[in-house]
Write a protein that binds this ligand. Structure first.
Ligand SMILES: [Cu+2]
Length: 154
């Protein structure tokens, strides 16, 4: 074996090792990524609150439920305009196509908290759990949402 082939095979070995490392990283990393989660601060007496976020799943999945200690119940909602009026509807689930970032936002699909335990104040954080169905299994994805003021635009 010449010096040249030796260094070449070492190089190939190193590359294979790196590839393995990348593969295991991917497997180990959460298959669901939630970013930029926030909730809208509530007014006194208001019992519902909207929560918005970006969610991306590497595998085909669907969001099938929301839980939060900050509210009695939480639902996934759609928002659409009908005869000039914005209407919300409860969704049983929300599809998360693999690798696609799905956005929950004001005026779009969103999470709605009902019977919040106390008013949500700007600056605080609330915890939620997204229940996601992936390959026939349900997984819980913990999320922390920052509460932002009513006037704050996103
Ligand atoms: Cu809603």
């Amino acid at each position: 074996m010449t010096n040249n082939t030796k260094s070449l095979s070492r190089c190939a070995f190193a590359a294979a090792g790196l590839w393995l490392l990348i593969l295991s990283e991917t497997v180990m990393a959460a298959s669901v990524e939630v970013t930029d989660a926030w909730a809208r601060a509530t007014m006194p007496g208001q019992s519902v609150a909207g929560v918005y976020l970006h969610v991306k799943s590497t595998l085909r999945a669907r969001l099938v439920g929301i839980k939060s200690g900050s509210a009695k119940t939480a639902e996934i909602h759609s928002m659409s305009q009908e005869n000039g009026v914005m209407k919300m509807r409860k969704l049983d689930f929300l599809d998360l196509p693999p690798g696609e970032t799905v956005t929950l936002e004001p005026r779009g699909n969103h999470v709605m908290l009902f019977d919040i335990r106390k008013p949500l104040q700007a600056g605080e954080r609330i915890k939620l759990t997204l229940v996601i169905e992936q390959e026939g299994k349900k997984i819980n994805v913990p999320v922390t949402a920052a509460v932002r003021a009513l006037t704050e635009q996103h």
